[in-house]
Structure formats: C-alpha cells, structure tokens
Design a protein around this ligand. Structure first.
Ligand SMILES: [Zn+2]
Length: 163
C-alpha cells in the first residue's frame, strides 16, 4: 500500500508507491524524506541544462557554446578536445592533504581540471542551431530541446509540463 510522506524541504505531501517501497526494501535503503521533484532539483543543481553561453575554449581559444559563462572560474574545453587525447586528466591528480579541509581541496581541483563545454553534443537529428522555447521564449541550443506534442520546449518547460 502506498504511503504519503511530507517533504522535509517543501513541507508538501508526496506519495511513495508500493513499487517504490518494495524497491527501497530490496536495496536496503530508507524511504526518502524529500519529494521526487526536490530530489531531482538537488541532483540537477550540479548541472546546467537551462542556459548556454558563448565563450572561448580554454584549450584552443575557439568560440564555443557552453554550459559555463565566460566569467566562470572553471577551465572549459570544447567537447571535441575534452573527449580527445590531447590532454590527460590524470595530469591533474594530486595527493590528498590531510591538514587541509576536504571541500577546500575539492574546490581547488574543480577549478583546475578542464570541463567539457556541454554535456550533450552531436545528437542525432540535431541541427545545432539556437531556437526559442515555445513556452518561455528562452534561447535553447537544439541538442537541448525536447519536443512535446510537436512543440519545441526547453527542458525546464518540458519538465514543468510533465510534473
Ligand atoms: Zn522554456
């Protein structure tokens, strides 16, 4: 039997289905105390799929479309370079300093290791052009569009429609 829980972030009720409860039991994990939408929001907070920026690739200097703005503290490589063999991520490896806080070291490492320009590229049937979301009007790179009932939506609007 499904149960209704109260999300500890939004204080709103959410339903945990029988199948979910069975899955959590099988996996030996507790039933979530945060609603599915909030869990997705937390997971997605490390990703940017809503806004894209024009900036330079930090490896080649080429103009690229990226999830990171030009004033971002991160090194950003165009996707072909990031996925290529011209650099080696293991060059950025370092020993852990037990006398320094973990997150301080993690933040430093995040700023050193190059990131890929976008997490999605070369999608089948993608024209790579910049389009406008039919709901909110935001500019969207065509690899990020989601067709819903033959309308072109940005992912954010698409997710708002289905939830
Ligand atoms: Zn939109």
């Amino acid at each position: 039997m499904s149960i209704t829980k109260t999300c500890r972030i939004t204080k709103q009720p959410f339903i945990v289905s029988d199948k979910e409860i069975a899955f959590y039991k099988k996996m030996g994990v507790p039933i979530p105390t945060i609603s599915p939408v909030e869990r997705i929001r937390i997971m997605m907070s490390f990703r940017n799929e809503w806004k894209l920026f024009k900036r330079k690739c930090d490896a080649t200097g080429d103009e690229i479309i990226s999830a990171y703005p030009k004033d971002s503290p991160f090194k950003v490589y165009k996707n072909e370079i990031w996925w290529g063999d011209s650099w080696d991520a293991t060059d950025y490896g370092r020993d852990f300093n037990f006398n320094k806080p973990f997150f301080e070291q993690y933040a430093e490492l995040q700023k050193e290791v190059p990131r890929e320009g976008t997490s999605i590229f070369n999608c089948e049937n993608s024209t790579g052009e910049v389009l406008a979301c039919e709901k909110c009007g935001d500019e969207i790179y065509s690899t990020y569009t989601t067709e819903r009932e033959e309308k072109i939506y940005c992912e954010k609007c698409y997710l708002e429609e289905i939830y």
